[in-house]
Design a protein around this ligand. Structure first.
Ligand SMILES: Cc1cc2nc3c(=O)[nH]c(=O)nc-3n(C[C@H](O)[C@H](O)[C@H](O)COP(=O)(O)OP(=O)(O)OC[C@H]3O[C@@H](n4cnc5c(N)ncnc54)[C@H](O)[C@@H]3O)c2cc1C
Length: 860
């Protein structure tokens, strides 16, 4: 063998061995020994030649370099101590509110994805979420009845409120008490059951799902359960469970929207009289807006900033954000007026308070919780954000899938079902695929919450992506239904949900902010295996303790970085083909796709943090793109887990494949866009080699796959039913979705008859092209029997009803006594405006002539 080939083989052995050690994350000590053995072997091999002493020297240099990191004391002093000093100087400042947000919740599957080497067993070992008998009975009983009682047109258009009977039913059946324990009279449902109830209601009425969602999400009950004193729990929870107390939570004010911590509503600790006695209490002043349920609330969960200028309760002037429970019947409290959110009728409005004096024990958790309001909110949000809004989104998706699949079949244009057109099929596929993703995310994440997880970063992912997906679903559903979706009236089952989509986008962290700041911004620090440890160590007041911890985290981080380089490169070259999967099923390649992107994402995140440092916080778009990659992987993982949870049904495979391909394609494109925009172009070039050594080879779902998805959602069958499992699909006269399903079943039943009619038309046995006229003609010509004609008549009539839209007498559309318009006044106003405009326009001329003359003077 020529010496060149031998040297090449040795090189391969060294490189391959190095990559293997890094890929498998073999610990430093073992790796050092392995490297030493390989170098020794090489030295003995070359001993046969002449360069023995040279190789011995090289061996010892290599061993010395490899050994230093193993000499902990030495490396700590010589390497880590100076690095820690630099790190401390570079550390971006972090406000208390940011720190509290970071510490909220825990790290779960998001941490595995961040590790670059996800341990799938951790996800797969979670049990499939299921409803208890009691919860199932609630879904089939009260929830079903409530859905039947809801008439969204009547609620949103005629009354702009739910009828009293509906309110009473909601309260009697304890819909507001799903999260309240039984000992206080609540239903004590699991997070999964809570999510399923909201999903079902959302498939029927956005007003009902929002109304029920709020008391079961972030609000007085949740705050009391986690932080309330026993006395407060006993005082409020039974009333909240029985519905004698209606809660709301008031954080947002005109000044403080997304930056809620900047609120100016305040409480001043002072002396006052309470029930005839002199006490120390709080004088509150607030002005809040957008508060759901405020107009009908009996108790306000109020967030305000607490000050103690006279040091009556301690030596601090300012305590910060505090949460208290305020009965709305107290003097100085104003509730009752309403906003009108996108013409959806749930109760939402402003509230204000003027010099409302309350005792200190109105603070949730009592005086010792003064100033802990923000911490409470972000902690609760880390769970609640994963349930209510994502479930509303998923419910909307389920209703849209069910309705659109049937509608696209029964609606014909150009003599064929519109579902047969590829363009419509494209929209149908997106509706079904996005619904599958939302279902999976909600089910798997709420199931994890029931197992004790508090997934802060996944909850932000769900909030953002489910509500964005529901916006896409709403758009596609509108397009498929054409004019039918646009004409508002009792027959329109889509328009109202479409209008409601921006609400979910805006609340609980408006979406642009959630994507740009929260998902990666929080995730990068929270879920990264080393960054939070490094930050904590650098901030440790005990400098020596901090050094030890920092050293450990830093060298762990370096090893992790090296491993991610190797993993990212190897997995990209092989498309993850040899990476570990938890199951040998038809979905095994998708686990491998995620493995590959997990390593690439971990590497890209480290480069972003390393090259941008604190600046990354301001580079929102880079942060957003990395957040998109993390989100795509998280959602794709839930899709795989959901598929297993549902019993690995082969009929669902097209949905699984479409969802994963869509998500992972997005992950690829987001990484590409991130690399394109990373300011350090050298870093971007190096990263591209390790992340995309073969270019961007991952492809989006094919048209062929889309056809399969259209097939399963437009045909009656188990896959279609499973996709819309929680939706209210009962066949009853007030439920268009149930009626659409009935029409779809009839469509399939009469399809052979329709085929016969088409043939008869071709052969000239009947003249008409329109089904309504064809039926009697075909009957007369003996093409169909009497009973077949009757089946076709029934089908035709049902379809005609479903395709119909509403029309109104002009006076029916007038909802308030019209105000007379004074035409003369209007003309005067217009003239005034025009004059003003002209004067304004003339003004700059004067100014410019003034300028000119000044310039002239200066020149002179
Ligand atoms: C129907 C409805 C119900 C509500 N219910 C309640 C309730 O019950 N209780 C309550 O307290 N509040 C409630 N809210 C308030 C809601 O939480 C706020 O509307 C929300 O926080 C956004 O505030 P804003 O509307 O003032 O928008 P702004 O804060 O003015 O934001 C405007 C836009 O700027 C973006 N933005 C802001 N900062 C950043 C940033 N740093 N980076 C990137 N983008 C950014 C936002 O994402 C948004 O797109 C409700 C709102 C609505 C519409």
């Amino acid at each position: 063998m020529s010496s060149l080939i031998v040297s090449f083989l040795w090189l391969l052995l060294f490189l391959g061995g190095g990559v293997y050690l890094a890929y498998q994350r073999i610990d430093l000590r073992t790796s050092t020994v392995a490297a030493g053995v390989a170098t020794l072997a090489y030295t003995f091999y070359t001993f046969a030649g002449n360069g023995f002493w040279l190789w011995m020297l090289l061996l010892w240099v290599a061993m010395a370099v490899l050994a230093i990191p193993n000499m902990v004391d030495l490396r700590r002093e010589k390497i880590t101590r100076p690095l820690l000093a630099i790190y401390r100087r570079m550390l971006p400042s972090m406000s208390d509110t940011e720190r509290e947000a970071l510490e909220a919740g825990n790290v779960w599957w998001d941490g595995e994805l961040f590790s670059g080497m996800p341990d799938w067993d951790r996800l797969m070992s979670f049990p499939a979420p299921a409803l208890s008998e009691e919860e199932q009975a609630f879904m089939d009983g009260p929830c079903e009845t409530l859905c039947e009682m809801l008439d969204d047109w009547d609620i949103c258009h005629n009354r702009v409120d739910m009828p009293k009977e509906v309110w009473d039913f909601i309260i009697e059946q304890r819909f507001f008490a799903m999260i309240i324990p039984k000992q206080y009279g609540g239903l004590e449902f699991s997070a999964y059951a809570n999510a399923m109830v909201i999903t079902k209601l959302a498939s029927r009425s956005p007003t009902a799902s929002s109304t029920v969602g709020v008391p079961n999400s972030l609000g007085p009950a949740e705050l009391l359960l986690h932080y309330g004193s026993d006395e407060q729990k006993n005082r409020y929870l039974p009333g909240l469970a029985a519905g004698t107390e209606i809660p709301c939570f008031a954080l947002t004010s005109p000044e403080a929207g997304s930056d809620a911590a900047a609120l100016i509503d305040n409480g001043v600790v002072c002396k006052g009289r309470w029930k005839g006695k002199a006490i120390i209490g709080i004088r509150l002043n607030w002005n809040k807006r957008y508060i759901t349920l405020a107009p009908v609330a009996t108790v306000l969960g109020l967030a305000f900033k607490l000050n103690d200028p006279d040091h009556l309760i301690g030596d601090k002037d300012e305590y910060g954000i505090t949460a208290a429970l305020i009965p709305t019947d107290m003097p100085g409290v104003t509730v009752g007026r309403r906003h009108y959110p996108m013409s959806i009728a749930f109760q939402n409005g402003p509230t204000s308070g003027k010099d409302v004096f309350v005792p200190l024990d109105y603070i949730i958790g009592g005086q010792e919780m003064a100033g802990k309001g923000w911490k409470m909110l972000v902690e609760l949000l880390s769970v609640g954000r994963a349930i209510t809004l994502p479930s509303i989104a998923s419910g909307g998706g389920q209703a849209s899938s069910y309705a659109s699949g049937a509608y696209a079949r029964i609606r014909k244009q150009f003599n064929t079902s519109i579902a047969n057109f590829e363009g419509v099929g494209d929209a149908l596929t997106r509706i079904a695929g996005h619904t599958y993703i939302m279902n999976a995310a909600v089910s798997v994440t709420s199931g994890a919450i029931d197992q004790g997880e508090k997934p802060a970063v996944p909850s932000a992912i769900l909030k953002y992506h489910c509500t964005e997906l529901s916006r896409k679903v709403a758009n596609d559903t509108m397009d498929i239904h054409g004019g039918k979706a646009i004409m508002m009236g009792p027959k329109n089952y889509i328009g109202r949900s479409y209008m409601a989509t921006p609400i979910a986008i805006t609340v609980e962290g408006a979406n642009i902010l959630t994507r740009s700041l929260i998902i990666f911004g929080q995730g990068a620090i929270r879920c990264h295996p080393f960054v939070l440890r490094e930050l904590r160590a650098a901030g440790d007041e005990d400098l020596e303790e901090g050094l030890i911890e920092f050293d450990d985290a830093l060298f762990g981080h370096i090893g992790y970085g090296i491993s991610n380089v190797a993993r990212s490169f190897f997995l990209a070259l092989t498309h993850g083909k040899f990476s570990r999967v938890p199951l040998n099923t038809p979905t095994r390649r998708y686990y491998q796709n995620i493995n590959r992107y997990s390593a690439a994402f971990a590497l890209a995140s480290d480069f972003a943090m390393l090259t941008l440092g604190g600046e990354l916080k301001k580079r929102e778009l880079l942060s957003a793109r990395l957040g998109d990659v993390l989100s795509s992987m998280y959602l794709a993982s839930t899709v795989l887990k959901h598929f297993e949870n549902q019993g690995r049904r082969a009929t669902d495979l097209p949905l699984v494949e479409w969802s994963i391909r869509t998500l992972m394609y997005q992950a690829q494109e987001s990484l590409h866009a991130f690399l394109q925009n990373l300011p350090n172009r050298w870093a971007a070039a190096v990263l591209r080699i390790f992340i995309f050594p073969r270019g961007r080879t991952y492809s989006a779902p094919s048209d062929q796959l889309a056809h399969k998805v259209v097939e399963l959602m437009t045909r009656t069958g188990e896959a279609r039913e499973r996709l819309s499992r929680q939706a209210y699909t009962t066949l009853e006269p007030g439920n268009p979705i149930g009626l659409l399903q009935e029409a779809l079943e009839l469509f399939e039943a009469v399809a052979p008859l329709e085929k016969r009619l088409r043939q008869a038309f071709k052969e000239g046995l009947i003249d008409s092209e329109y089904l309504g006229d064809q039926i009697p003609e075909a009957r007369r010509a003996g093409v169909i029997s009497k009973s077949e004609a009757s089946d076709l008549e029934i089908y035709h009539e049902k379809v005609r009803d479903l395709l119909a839209v509403d029309d109104f007498a002009p006076e029916e559309l007038i909802r308030a006594e019209p105000k007379p318009v004074d035409a003369k006044k209007a003309t005067k106003k217009t003239t005034k405006k025009t004059t003003k405009k002209t004067t304004k326009k003339a003004a700059p001329k004067k100014a410019s002539s003034k300028k000119k003359s000044t310039r002239k003077k200066k020149a002179e």
